[in-house]
Design a protein around this ligand. Structure first.
Ligand code: ZN
Length: 299
């Protein structure tokens, strides 16, 4: 009996490990033409040979090397792979500036570079916290990040000028607080329920110190004039609506009219202008390795 139990736990751990390994390797494999797990100049050379028809690509290479996804491996793809392999990054993004001491861990589905710095994931110089990418338990900004706090104050003042009253309902939430919240749900109602109503510790965007839940005088925010004002104006102040309508399968969360995330004015304009949510824009996932059926709601 015990033996069988240990065996089952062992198999479970093995499956989880394999799934995790494949996910990570999967993201790092793009453009890795020789499949050695490292993006190197050799990969660029292979792509170039294929581009000028000295080599016939395998199906895998065809997928990996076609960075611009135009259906053919061209010298442009080879050039892009070369840029990536020597650390210049995509030619059309500035994702690598300011991240000199971070570890390059792979490419997203949209070929953005993914960095890890002290356990924190960065893409396009933005901290990523969702169901796939967790923050370390000791990541603590000790309150809202200054830029975010100042931007929200400016946003609030602008709203007031338009006769709209908005307030900060919830800002920074440390790991320990999220853990208490989540554990309480698990204790009282079980894991499925907990996952439906609270982010797991480390996975809450509030731990970044860059997310704010906004409220109004009535406390009924969704669909309110205040929500409409917020959605129309937050971008100018560097915020994006993080969990929009119709994107639950991408963000991993039910729509939240009140949750905004500070990314700076330039990136907010870029992200918002694309009409895509953050996960879609960068080509990343948001799901727990043990997937739940219901997209959770985050308070
Ligand atoms: Zn929130």
């Amino acid at each position: 009996m015990i033996k069988q139990c240990i065996y089952r736990i062992g198999v479970g751990i093995l499956i989880l490990f394999l799934f995790f390994t494949l996910s990570v390797v999967g993201s790092a494999r793009c453009a890795d033409a020789d499949g050695d797990g490292i993006l190197s100049v050799a990969d660029a050379r292979i792509a170039l040979r294929i581009a000028v028809r000295l080599d016939i690509p395998t199906e895998e290479q065809q997928k990996d090397c076609d960075l611009d996804r135009d259906g053919a491996i061209t010298p442009a793809d080879a050039r892009e792979i070369l840029r990536l392999s020597v650390g210049f990054g995509r030619s059309d993004d500035s994702a690598n500036s300011g991240m000199p001491d971070a570890e390059f861990i792979g490419l997203t589905d949209n070929y953005y570079k993914v960095y890890n710095k002290n356990g924190v994931t960065y893409i396009d110089s933005i901290i990523i916290a969702n169901k796939t990418y967790a923050l370390p338990d000791d990541y603590d900004t000790n309150g809202l990040v200054n830029e975010c706090r100042d931007a929200f104050a400016a946003l609030q003042t602008a709203a007031k000028k338009d006769g709209v009253n908005i307030y900060l309902n919830s800002g920074f939430r440390p790991y320990s607080e999220q853990k208490e919240l989540y554990d309480e749900y698990v204790r009282d109602y079980g894991t499925d329920y907990a996952d439906a109503y609270a982010a797991r510790p480390g996975h809450s965007e509030h731990q970044t110190g860059l997310a704010i839940d906004v409220t109004n005088d009535t406390g009924y925010f969704t669909g309110s004039p205040e929500a409409q004002w917020l959605h129309a104006n937050c971008v100018q102040y560097g915020f994006i609506l993080r969990y929009p309508e119709g994107k639950s399968d991408k963000t991993g969360y039910s729509p939240e009219a009140w949750h905004i995330r500070f990314v700076g004015t330039e990136k907010a304009a870029k992200l918002n202008g694309s009409g895509l949510c953050l996960e879609e824009y960068y080509g990343i996932t948001s799901f727990y390795f043990q997937q739940t059926d219901q997209p959770p709601i985050l308070f």
